[in-house]
Structure formats: C-alpha cells, structure tokens
Design a protein. Sequence first.
Length: 433
Amino acid sequence: MKPETQVLVRPARNVHGTVALPGDKSISHRYAMLSGIADGPSRLENYSTGADCASTLGCMRALGVTWERKGSVIEVHGRGLSLARPAEPLDCGNSGSTMRMLSGIVAGQNFTSEMIGDESLSRRPMQRVITPLTEMGARIESQEGKPPLRITGGTLKAIDYKMPVASAQVKSCLLFAALFAEGETRIEEPLRTRDHGEVALRAFGVNVESKSSGPGTVARIRGGQRLRGIEARVPGDLSSAAFFLCAAALFPGSQLLLPNLLMNPTRARLLDILMQMGLRISVTQLEQVHGETVGSLQVQGSPLKGATIAGADSAALIDEIPVLAAIAPYTTQGLEVRDAKELRVKESDRIASVASNLRLMGAQVEEREDGLKIPGSQTLHGAELDSFGDHRIAMAFAIAALRAQGETLIRGAESAAISYPAFFETLDQIVER
Ligand code: S3P
C-alpha cells in the first residue's frame, strides 16, 4: 500500500487542453481475465494503469497465467479454461471487480482458492455472487457474506437466475462461471447495466445472446465454449474522463479534447446528463473496436443547470455520481440523486463521503438513505477534506476545489491511483490559474 499523501488544490480560472485517458478499468479487468482462460496469446494495448487492474493481473499470475508488460501493452499467454491451483491467497487489493468477476472463473476450477482484499474490500457485500455460484454447484465460505472468500470449484450446473441487484460485476461473474457449466445459463438483470462482459466474451469468440427485457436484459450463454486470444486496444476510460468533463463544466470558457474514449451506450449516460446540464459536447471519429464503441470528444463549457438522477439513470451513472454531486453546488438548480443505495457499499459509503466533504466546504446538503439533494447557486470555500480511502472521492473533490474560494487539501489523495495514478498531474496540465 502506498504511503498516505496529501494534495493541495488551488482554485482555477479555466480548463483547456487535450487528455488521452488510460484504458477503461471495466474492460481491462475483463480482457485480463478472459485472455488468461483463452487459447493462445492476447495483446492488450492501453491496459488500465490503475492499481485495481494490476490486482487482476496479479491474481491471474497466481493462477498460473503468464504475462509480460511491454510499455502500455500487456501480453498474456492464455492457458485455456484450466488454471493452476494458487500457492497463496488471491489478493484482490481494493478491487471489488476483481473479487466478484474472478470468483466466477475460480468457481469453475478443480481446486480450492482463497480470495482476500484490503480493509475496504473486506467490508463489501459478496453474497450477491455467493448465492448464484453456490446454486451452480461451487462451495463458498465467507465471513457472513463478506471477504475473504474460500471457493471450492468444479464442473458447474447451468442456472436460470434473476439477479436481485442490478450489478454488472455479478452479471459478468455469472457469464464467466457459465463457461464452466453444463447446459445453457440464463441471467436476468432488473435494470440494464454495463455490458462489457457480454461484449468482451464475443470478442474472444464466445456466443452470448442478450435481449432487452423491460428495463433490464436477459443474457443466455452455453457452457463448454472455448475462447480465442485477441489483439485489442482498450478504449480510454469514460469514468475517469468524467472528472475532466465536470472540471470543464465548471468554467464557461473551457475547452477540452478527449480522443479515443469509450462511448459504449451503457456507459455514456453521463454525456446526456452533462449536455442536459449545459455542457456542449460533440463526438467525432466514432468506430467499433472489438464490439466497443469508441470516439473522440470535444467539450466546451457554458453555464450549468441542475439535474435529477433517479431510477435506471442511478444504475447507469453509479461511478459518476460522486463527481456530479461534488460540482452540484455550482450549478444553478442543484442536483437530486435518488435510487442510488448501492453508493453506500462502494469503496466507501459514497453518499456519506460526498455529504461530509461538501459540508466541510460550507455547502448545504441533504443526505438521504438512497441519495442526496444538493441545492444549486452555492459558494464553497476551500477546506481540509478526506478521500475516505476512495479513489473517486479523492478525484471528485479535486474538481470541486477548482471553483472554491481558497485552497483545498485532500488527505488520502494516493487512493486516486486505484483507477488513475496520473490524475493529479494530468489535472494540473489542463487547469489554468
Ligand atoms: C463495474 C460495475 C459497477 C461499478 C464498478 C465497475 C464493472 O459495480 O461501480 O466500478 O466493471 O462491472 P457494480 O456491478 O457493483 O454495480
């Protein structure tokens, strides 16, 4: 673990420049896992630089997958569906994605493995993967539904499963486990969540059917299918770009160019919301890369209105709500967030973390069980804030600090490295003071 660092953020006048984002975290995790169980080599360019995706690679190595890093490229030597019994516990670090999605793959192996995580991950709910994987035939011990997990795998049975929580991590976990099951697995999600698991499986040559069903989707996948390695460039991370988009939204004269960004429709709701709020965004050079939509964004700031995020939008924007909430006091009408109870079980309780930091900056905030109500047209002052060990909270408040009066100190700023190690340097390059 990195030593605790503090970062001082001074107010800005404007935001201007070009940012090339590191590879998307969600896609990087999935590509690393699937290339490990593919037949033949894979080449992953622009792999996420975040510590979370390094945790996934570390676990894959412990499971007998060899890989090398060559600059921003990871070359993975797939070993097919059978992995090696790990000599030590699989260390997932801070990464819920690693633990939840990889549990689907180790549940299909003929050995027992233990999955551990840091203090934050050890508090996070895992019953959502334990219940269906147990139904498929895996034996899983946990600490009352929390990590560490001890998973004894083997050949699994296909299931027909209706997910009680809308979670792309759980959906991917089950799609991956289904590869090791006899028969066809059917997974129904209550709301549409990001579809990178389905898209990545197809890129590796697997047949996955997916259909809309009301506000959610139903996916079907047959067991026993083999994967073939791929050569891919991971598109820039849209959830990391969100911080810069929100920074641009704070200054009417701002201009940003974000090339090669992920534009997957299940992730791009942020762009609609920011446009509704007043940010001017144009997208060029749209293309499909291994089933993922990629494009270049040109962004111009203008005065910001408020927004309401509720229902399916709360699931679609779950990673971007902290930064939208952090800039909400500077909008004219404020922000209301509902139906976002999942925020309470992320890397920190993000509803409480956002409310606490905004109040320290002098903002009025109403904290609710499933969301927040933040009035607009407020003036914030600089303050000493805490990241709560949560990367998205550290970065969200570095953005809020740009429009505050006076300097803001962010304690625990090192946590930004979980998804975006170069965040503070990059922010400095585009901010004009
Ligand atoms: C992710 C899904 C979301 C998101 C997380 C990444 C993914 O979590 O918050 O950062 O890659 O599938 P849930 O599946 O728990 O909603």
